[in-house]
Ligand binder design. Structure first.
Ligand code: DOR
Ligand code: ZN
Length: 422
């Protein structure tokens, strides 16, 4: 049974394709890319963009341990709804993913319950405690695609040096959540005018920037590949820009909330605007956009971090950090970066497909004959209003409720199977 996606505009960044082309899918693979293709079944993509299935290299599905927030099944459905066919899951579950058995557990649950591709990242240190290294070679052998203690940074520079040496030896990228815990010091939002006015303990941008700088320097020292997660501040972007100019093997991501919102949002949206690192200020938003334009920022990730309403409905200080991302990322990218003329739609697609996949070397984010038929079809002009009750995620913690956005997914296809259709 073949499936043809016809009459759409194909954007395939890795080959520089942006033109009217059809795709024929057979046996889960791309059989042909060309004109006037016919299949047993057809998806009419007139007026739509067709692109490689979106890739998000930073998501938190909460299985095992916190299944009321999200499971691998529910997270994968939220991903498909958002146009994603590949996600890299972080390791801060309970228990954490710090041994081969746990990586195998995630892979098995993904095989049994996920409708898209779930690529597990594993911890860099045992128990994610920043003290003793994990068996990275074993983790890689059973399918871990990166190592990370995301949710925390490794505080000891000595341990971080060893982690980077070992990760580099194993050919694994280290994904760095950059945070000096002593400067974080109980902070719940960005330190500054708004924190003072609202009476919420703040944490300075410096807590992030010091560790971006330290982690990059240690990567340079060891020759390891490092990927800086969720960059939020102007100075953070600048440190990475300078390191790249010197030839350090560093890549980085930002997330849609960091160019869409400032810490002004905390007043209106409360704990649904609480995440770590926190929303910053207007100068930082401008610098994030500039970093995307000049290529300092390599890709877009979401840091999809589900928490239940009960957990979020507490005083700001006591609420967990994190917001949902998978079901709003594409539309926030189109609305905030493409519709405003900051980047082209082709660049936006690259930032969400070939670029993130390339950072970790995933077989994803491209479309070529003989390759996996992971495809997203969306209307970049269609408008919708964010309503979290319509999300596939088990959680509802988004600061974007009520926001009017452009960009609606019509179909998500993973290995030739329609896993979401509007
Ligand atoms: O906002 C966040 N949420 N930042 C993190 O570092 C962890 C994440 C989570 O796991 O909820
Ligand atoms: Zn994270």
């Amino acid at each position: 049974m073949s499936l043809a996606v016809v009459n759409g505009h194909l954007i395939e960044p890795s080959q520089g394709i942006s033109e009217a082309l059809d795709i024929l899918i057979e046996d889960g693979k791309v059989a042909k890319i060309g004109k006037k293709l016919k299949g047993d079944k057809t998806i009419d993509a007139s007026g739509h963009i067709v692109c490689p299935g979106l890739v998000d290299i930073h998501v938190h599905f909460r299985e095992p341990g916190f299944e009321s927030k999200e499971t691998i099944a529910s997270g994968s459905r939220a991903a498909a709804h958002g146009g994603f066919t590949s996600v890299v899951t972080m390791a801060n579950t309970r228990p954490v993913i710090d041994n081969a058995g746990m990586v195998e557990f995630v892979n098995r649950r993904a095989r049994e319950t996920a409708c898209i591709k779930v690529w597990p990242a594993a911890c860099a240190t045992k128990g994610m405690e920043g003290v003793e290294m994990t068996e990275m070679a074993e983790l890689k052998a059973v399918g871990a695609v990166a190592v990370t203690d995301d949710g925390r940074d490794i505080q000891s520079s000595w341990v971080m040096r060893r982690v980077l040496e070992y990760a580099g030896m194993c050919g694994l990228v280290y994904m760095a959540h950059c945070e000096d815990a002593t400067l974080m010091d109980g902070g719940a939002m960005n330190e500054g005018y708004n924190a003072t006015r609202l009476g919420i303990p703040g944490c300075p941008k410096t807590m992030e920037e010091i560790m971006i700088d330290r982690n990059i320097r240690l990567a340079a020292l060891t020759g390891a590949k490092i990927h800086i997660q969720h960059v939020t501040s102007a100075e953070g972007v600048d440190i990475i820009r300078r390191a790249k100019a010197k030839g350090v093997r560093v890549t980085c991501e930002t997330a849609p909330h960091y160019w869409t919102l400032t810490d002004d949002a905390v007043e209106g949206f409360g704990t649904n605007a609480k995440m770590n690192p926190p929303l910053r200020e207007a100068v930082d938003v401008a610098a994030i956009k500039a970093g995307i334009v000049d290529g300092t920022i390599d890709c877009i990730a979401t840091d999809h971090a589900p928490h239940t309403p009960t957990e979020k409905e507490v005083e700001f200080q006591y609420a967990p950090f994190g917001i949902l991302g998978l079901e709003t990322s594409l539309a926030l990218t189109i609305t905030g970066l493409v519709e405003t003329g900051i980047i082209s739609i082709e660049k936006a697609i690259a930032l969400m497909t070939s670029a993130p996949a390339g950072i970790l070397g995933l077989e994803a984010g491209t479309l070529r004959e003989g390759g996996p038929a992971d495809i997203t079809v969306f209307n970049p002009k269609a408008e919708w209003t964010v309503d979290p009750t319509a999300f596939y995620s088990l959680s509802r913690n988004t600061p974007f409720t009520g926001m009017k956005l452009r960009g609606v997914v019509k179909a998500t296809i993973c290995d030739g199977k329609v896993v979401y259709s509007a």
